[in-house]
Design a protein around this ligand. Structure first.
Ligand SMILES: Nc1ncnc2c1ncn2[C@@H]1O[C@H](COP(=O)(O)OP(=O)(O)OP(=O)(O)O)[C@@H](O)[C@H]1O
Ligand SMILES: O=c1ccn([C@@H]2O[C@H](COP(=O)(O)OP(=O)(O)O)[C@@H](O)[C@H]2O)c(=O)[nH]1
Ligand SMILES: [Mg+2]
Length: 189
């Protein structure tokens, strides 16, 4: 997408002699804004009570840092049934819903917001399938869990879902905008 935008800018220069510098400048600005917006995609990741009890928090954070994502929000909470019912609202009719709430409120969870290029899709791949039996080795669930009811970590499954979940768990003021000094080495801007 970034490359396409650049091509558009170049075409504007070469094919259309009437095109003004301001037109190319606008395309360039659009290109930069798009790149920056993509780089600012965010997702909600939570280490579930089993992950916290098994002292996996550090290893899970390390995987997201190593991949090149930026941590912009972090807290440890004892989640209420209220927030969990909203978080897992789409599963309300599932037979395991009550046991899911009991499990998720059985101890502290570590809730995080991670930012970066394609972070929603990339983190779902890093986490692995819902059922750890199907999650390949190398994924968090594939490496650290064996049963669907104790699968260690949560990751938002879409950009829209991520936005809702981030608003549910974090007031905007608790998310930090900060410059990551290695950003130019993880994406092309
Ligand atoms: N059959 C099941 N039995 C027990 N628990 C289940 C079952 N299916 C799902 N769960 C639990 O409910 C959670 C939410 O299910 P969902 O379908 O949203 O999976 P997910 O998106 O992979 O997980 P999460 O939303 O926690 O990231 C699962 O992560 C798992 O802990
Ligand atoms: O048969 C199931 C399916 C899901 N879950 C739990 O419900 C969570 C949310 O389910 P979802 O389908 O959102 O899967 P996820 O997004 O976690 O992969 C899962 O992580 C599990 O903890 C469960 O206990 N049994
Ligand atoms: Mg889910």
């Amino acid at each position: 997408c970034i490359k396409k935008q650049r091509c558009t800018c170049i075409l504007l220069f070469h094919n259309n002699p009437t095109c003004h510098l301001s037109c190319a400048f606008r395309s360039l600005v659009f290109c930069l804004v798009t790149a920056l917006q993509n780089a600012r995609e965010r997702t909600l990741i939570a280490v579930k009570p089993d992950g916290v009890q098994r002292r996996l928090v550090g290893q899970i954070i390390q995987r997201f840092e190593q991949r090149g994502f930026k941590l912009v929000g972090l807290k440890m909470v004892q989640a209420s049934h209220g927030i969990l019912s909203e978080h897992y609202g789409e599963l309300r009719t599932k037979p395991f819903f009550q046991s899911l709430l009991t499990y998720m409120s059985s101890g502290p969870v570590v809730v995080m917001v991670w930012e970066g290029h394609n972070v929603v899709q990339a983190s779902r791949k890093m986490v692995g399938q819902t059922n750890p039996a199907e999650a390949p080795a190398g994924t968090i669930r594939g490496d650290f869990s064996v049963h669907v009811s104790r699968n260690v970590v949560h990751a938002s499954d879409s950009q829209e879902g991520a936005q809702k979940e981030i608003q549910l768990w974090f007031p905007a003021k608790d998310l930090l905008d900060w410059d990551c000094c290695d950003q130019i080495y993880t994406i092309e801007v």
